[in-house]
Design a protein around this ligand. Sequence first.
Ligand SMILES: [Zn+2]
Length: 291
Amino acid sequence: MADQLDYPASNLTWQVLNHANVHKYAVGAYNCYNTDGVMAVIRAAEQQRSAAIIQLFPWTMNFQGAEFIRYVVNAAHAATVPIAVHLDHCIKPDDVERALELPFDSIMVDASTEDEKENIRRVKAVVERARSLGITIEAEMGRIEGGEDGLPSVDMESVMTRPEEAETFIRETGIHFLAPSFGNIHGGYPAGGAEKAWDLPRLEAIGKLVSDTTPLALHGTHPVSDELFHKTIPLGVRKINLNRTVRDDYTNFIAEKAGSLELTVLSMQGVDIYTKSVERMMKILGSSGRY
Ligand SMILES: [Zn+2]
């Protein structure tokens, strides 16, 4: 957690994303579920001299518990490059309460299932409390559709972020990072993929209005081509959430070899494969070699 005197500049997630903003690249926010994932992100970041964000879901906070969160934060902060720890999609008020007692660098408050006024009210209340703890806040405006581990699958028409209202939302809530909704979907795309679903002119309009001071966070990235990632970075996207994109090779390896390798060997080789997938994305996003 950060020194509160020069908040938010002293906050690690803020530092990581603002460095990316100044130098026009993006940082991966890698969803981890276990120690293999945490080790892979840290090793990849150190080998690539890249910043990184380790993202955990509230599921991890509730299943593995507070001591696991402290382990992740300690391991991340002991790295030789900046690695922040972020709580992704914190929806339930009880989870927000638990999260504010833990040493997260940043939290995504997701009240996007509520109406606009309630979304603003709830996010603003968390921003005010987080300030005294040195934690920064990401929030979603509009509604990013789809289900992901532990997230509800919302069967409502996607509500896209209106660029002019994004400014108001940021001013009224005081958030530090904005997750816009521009046709991005969690948990997979229908025919035509992200290329067809994404409204890039809308993302560009949002970026022009707000991204100088409020870096944009990209959700719904599976699957997305390297070329499409490259198109979002000049539009102000600085935090790119990556889950299955860097995890599938690892999961497939474990599924194939779990019956035939000793657990020690399985873990070492699994972490190596996971690390390579993360390193590949660091090169794609331009975060390699920055530290
Ligand atoms: Zn998301």
